[in-house]
Write a protein that binds this ligand. Structure first.
Ligand SMILES: Nc1nc2c(c(=O)[nH]1)N(C=O)[C@@H](CNc1ccc(C(=O)N[C@@H](CCC(=O)O)C(=O)O)cc1)CN2
Ligand SMILES: Nc1nc2c(ncn2[C@@H]2O[C@H](COP(=O)(O)OP(=O)(O)OP(=O)(O)O)[C@@H](O)[C@H]2O)c(=O)[nH]1
Ligand SMILES: [Mg+2]
Length: 452
């Protein structure tokens, strides 16, 4: 995409299809001459003017409200003219055709936001947050996106970058102007103290970002457990349809099954798996192998147990193993047989929820629990919204700092630590867009809608 200074673009910004009012937004340096041709001159900045939008012969295409934002005090940082006309697709088409005639080009998806980013009106994560407010599937996701848009995420990232730069300068000072004894200077603990403080702060940010991301992208829930405990019945009940085959024969499910659903706007991918057990049947054994492999890709595991027998030894071991990787909830199924109460059980090491896939008891509590796990609780919305690419950048920054710490305490190598600090700084810079590439920008903005 080229966006030279005199490249002026337009798009319908609101009211697609039949709507009360349609807003066409025009951004670029040629806005003044376009205003002259179309509405007889520029309105005073930020003052609504009612006027006719005229064609080449001076005939009104529509009569509406014009609003002008003078560069750089506009959304894009360029001259912006907004034409608020009647919400008719035919009139909008006629108006856009007239703009094309005046040498304006149609904006690409996300182009207004991309221009705002390039002109330093928004950081990259803020621009992404705009798309996330529009796409939000729940009020919690919308609130979190709004916090990102207000700069909560980028401010924290920038503060970390500042701290990294300070530490790098300090470390490089220690290298360039060593005390009597270089090793002693590096080893006096100050660098390590600062480094640890930064790592702790990054850890907190990663936790918040993970919650923000699950709110936006949903959770991949993997259902695991012994044969016949009711895993497939659970999937069918949550999905409200008979996706998986259910029989009373242990070892019914062999393939991995996926089901997409949403709970109050929270997107979930449910994954049903083969019952875990030793088996001589090669097909079932492959199913068990695949079931275990799913743990790697899980955001959250539902470990289903038959409540009439409770947690067995194998399940205890599995629980400990999974618990190291991701959150896990024990679903105690078949309470219609065990007679136990439905819902959350207090005082357990892991969250236990009693349900019956047959009667549906306990499923409200399970849904509420999953929403909470994804950060959708009413009183504690995640601090901001985040995407996979943000989590990836945070994790690369963390890895660099871990290596840097090793270089410092094991090798007492200040230059190598400084190098890792630089790597971490660049990784964080990818979040806000301080450090970026055209490919990345293309990938991000092309997923926006037209007119944004
Ligand atoms: N009519 C209209 N409504 C809209 C938008 C728009 O572009 N047009 N927006 C589009 O997303 C959102 C609002 N975002 C905006 C962000 C910045 C500026 C702006 O003019 N910024 C200037 C001046 C700031 C100020 O006066 O405080 C600047 O940043 O310099 C305008 C809208 C939602 N509502
Ligand atoms: N009474 C009762 N029976 C249940 C419940 N949930 C499942 N069942 C029964 O338990 C048996 C096994 O159910 P499935 O859903 O196939 O169990 P699974 O864990 O998927 O089993 P595999 O695929 O073989 O690993 C079936 O006969 C179900 O009808 C429940 O909550 N109460
Ligand atoms: Mg099954």
């Amino acid at each position: 995409m080229t966006s030279s200074a005199d490249d002026t673009v337009a798009a319908l910004a609101s009211g697609a299809g039949r709507a009360g009012v349609a807003v066409v937004r025009i951004s670029g340096s040629r806005v003044p001459e376009i205003a002259a041709a179309l509405i007889g001159g520029l309105p005073s900045p930020r003052q609504a003017r009612v006027c006719a939008f005229v064609d080449a012969d001076g005939v009104a295409i529509d009569r509406g409200v014009a609003l002008y934002f003078a560069a750089p005090a506009s959304f894009t940082g360029e001259h912006v003219l907004e034409l608020q006309g009647h919400g008719s697709p035919v009139l909008v088409d006629m108006l856009l055709a007239r703009l094309l005639e005046l040498g304006v080009r149609l904006a690409e998806a996300g182009e207004f936001s991309r221009r705002a980013f390039i002109n330093d009106k928004l950081s990259l994560d803020q621009a992404e947050a705009i798309a996330d407010t529009i796409d939000a599937g729940s009020s919690a996701a919308a609130r979190a996106a709004m916090r990102s848009l207000e700069g909560v995420f980028s401010r924290e990232v920038n503060a970390l970058v500042e701290a990294l730069i300070e530490l790098r300068v300090y470390t490089e000072g220690a290298i360039d102007f060593p005390d009597e004894d270089d090793i002693d200077f590096l080893g006096d603990g100050e660098i390590e103290r600062r480094l640890n403080a930064i790592r702790q702060r990054l850890e907190t940010l990663r936790g918040q970002a993970a919650q923000g991301a699950s709110l936006r992208e949903g959770l991949r829930l993997v259902i695991l457990g012994a044969p016949n405990v009711g895993k497939s019945s659970l999937l069918n009940r949550l999905a409200r349809r008979d996706t998986a085959i259910v029989t009373d024969i242990a070892g019914t499910t062999r393939d991995v099954l996926h089901e997409q659903l949403s709970i109050d706007g929270l997107p979930l991918t449910l994954v049903d798996t083969a019952g875990l057990r030793e088996t001589a049947d090669p097909i079932e054994a492959e199913g068990v192998r695949r079931a275990k492999a799913e743990i790697e890709h899980a955001d959250h595991v539902l470990l289903v147990v038959d409540d009439t027998s409770g947690l067995g030894c194998d399940e205890q071991a599995l629980l400990a193993e999974i618990g190291n990787r991701c959150p896990v909830t024990v679903v105690a199924n078949k309470i219609d047989l065990s007679g136990a109460p439905a819902g959350l059980r207090r005082g357990q090491d892991y969250e236990h929820i009693g349900v019956s896939a047959t009667t549906g008891a306990g499923f409200d509590a399970l849904a509420a629990h999953l929403k909470q796990a994804a950060g959708m609780n009413e009183d504690a919305t995640p601090a901001f919204v985040a995407r996979r690419r943000h989590l990836d950048a945070l994790s690369r920054a963390d890895a660099a700092l871990e290596i840097g710490h090793e270089r410092l305490v094991v090798d007492a190598a200040g230059e190598l630590l400084a190098e890792e600090l630089r790597t971490a700084q660049n990784a964080l810079g990818e979040i806000t867009g301080a450090f970026t590439s055209d490919d990345l920008l293309g990938a991000i903005f092309s997923s926006f809608c037209i007119g944004k």
